[in-house]
Ligand binder design. Structure first.
Ligand code: 3HC
Length: 288
C-alpha cells in the first residue's frame, strides 16, 4: 500500500517526535491536537530538535525549514486525518483516553487507512475493539527521544492483517528506524524489561543503598548504558513509568511490576521528570 500522507494525533513528547521523523522522511504530515497551544508547543519542540541537528551540521537550515513547512497542524480530527493514508495516535497513555480517539478516527478516516497506536503497554486488541477495522489497527511503539532512538515495536494483535503489519514495517524502515514485530502481550518486549529495571532502581534509591547519582553511575559504568535508569525515568516521566508498571501488573498479576512506593509518591507530588521541570534529580540529586 502506498503511503503519501501520515497524520499524527497528539502533539506531546512522543507525538511531536513522531511528527518530526515522519516529516523528515518526506511524507505529507499532519499533526492534530485538541488545542492550538498544544500544537504550538509541539511545533516549537520540533523546531528545537531540528536546531540541534542543524547546529551539528547533520542537516542544513534550508532542509530543516522544509521539514517544518511539510507539517500542517489541526485542531479538527477530520480535517487532519480524513484524507491520510496512515494515522499514528500518540495521545495520553490511558485506555479510556485512547479508545474514544480510535473510535473517532475510525469514523473520520478513509476505509483503506491504517490506524496505529503508539502505546507502550495497552493491548492493541482492546484499542482495536473501539473500531470497525481491527484488521487495520496496529501498535507502533516508538522510543524517547524519537528522532534518536532506532527501535519501533510493531505490535501484532490477533486480528490485524499481514498486509497492515507489512505496511507498518515498511513505513518504520522509511523513517530510518528498525522495526521489530512483537506479539500483543503486556508491556510488549522493551517495557517488560525496562520497567522492571527502572522500578528496581527506584527501590534501591528508596532503600538508601546509594545516592541517585551513584545508582545511575553503576548503570552507566557496569553496562555501558548511555544513561542511568533514574535519569531515564526523569526523561520518560515518572507517571509514564508508574502507569506502565500498573498496567502490566493489572493484566498479569505479576507482583514484581507493582510500582515502587517512592515512584508513586513522586507522581503524587508532581515530580514527573523533565517535562515538569522537576523529578528524581531535583529531589535526590546533588544540591546546588
Ligand atoms: N532531537 C534530535 N537529535 C537529538 C535529540 C533530539 N531531541 N536528542 C539528542 N539528539 C542527538 C544529538 O544531536 C546527538 O547526535 P550526534 O550523535 O549526531 O552528535 C545524539 O543524539 C546524542 O545526544 P547528546 O550528545 O546531546 O546527549 P547524549 O549523548 O547524552 O545522548 C540520549 C542523549 C540520546 C538521550 C542518550 O542519553 C540515550 O540514548 N539515552 C537512553 C534513552 C532511552 O533509554 N530511551 C528509551 C526510553 S523508554 C521509552 O521511550 C519507552 C516508553 O514506552 C516509556
Amino acid at each position: 500500500m502506498e503511503i503519501k500522507k501520515v497524520c499524527v494525533i497528539g502533539a506531546g513528547t512522543m507525538g511531536n517526535g513522531i511528527t518530526q521523523v515522519v516529516a523528515q522522511a518526506g511524507y505529507d504530515t499532519a499533526m492534530v491536537d485538541i488545542k492550538q497551544e498544544f500544537l504550538d508547543r509541539g511545533m516549537n519542540a520540533i523546531k528545537g530538535s531540528l536546531a540541534r541537528v542543524v547546529k551539528k551540521g547533520t542537516i542544513t537550515q534550508a532542509d530543516a525549514d522544509k521539514v517544518v513547512a511539510r507539517i500542517k497542524t489541526y485542531t479538527d480530527m477530520k480535517a487532519g486525518a480524513g484524507d491520510a493514508d496512515y494515522v499514528i495516535e500518540a495521545v495520553f497513555e490511558k485506555a479510556e483516553v485512547k479508545q474514544p480517539v480510535l473510535k473517532q478516527l475510525d469514523e473520520v478516516c478513509l476505509e483503506r487507512t491504517i490506524i496505529a497506536s503508539n502505546t507502550s503497554s495497552i493491548p492493541i486488541s482492546l484499542l482495536s475493539s473501539a473500531t470497525k477495522r481491527p484488521q487495520k489497527v496496529v501498535g507502533l511503539h516508538f522510543f524517547n527521544p524519537v528522532p534518536v532512538m532506532k527501535l519501533i515495536e510493531v505490535v501484532k494483535s490477533l486480528t490485524v492483517s499481514e498486509e497492515t503489519i507489512a505496511t507498518s514495517v515498511a513505513l518504520g524502515k522509511s523513517l530510518g528506524k528498525e522495526p521489530v514485530v512483537v506479539k500483543d502481550s503486556p508491556g510488549f518486549i522493551a517495557n517488560r524489561i525496562a520497567n522492571l529495571a527502572a522500578n528496581e532502581a527506584l527501590k534501591v534509591l528508596e532503600e538508601g543503598l546509594a545516592s541517585a547519582e551513584d545508582i545511575d553511575k553503576v548503570c552507566r559504568l557496569a553496562f555501558n548504558w548511555p544513561m542511568g535508569l533514574l535519569q531515564m525515568t526523569d526523561l520518560v516521566g515518572a507517571d509514564v513509568v508508574m502507569d506502565l508498571g500498573e498496567s502490566i501488573y493489572k493484566e498479569t498479576g505479576w507482583e514484581r511490576y507493582k510500582p515502587a512506593p517512592l515512584l508513586k509518591r513522586m507522581v503524587e507530588s508532581g515530580y514527573l521528570g523533565n517535562k515538569a521541570g522537576k523529578g528524581i534529580y531535583t529531589m535526590f540529586g546533588p544540591k546546588q
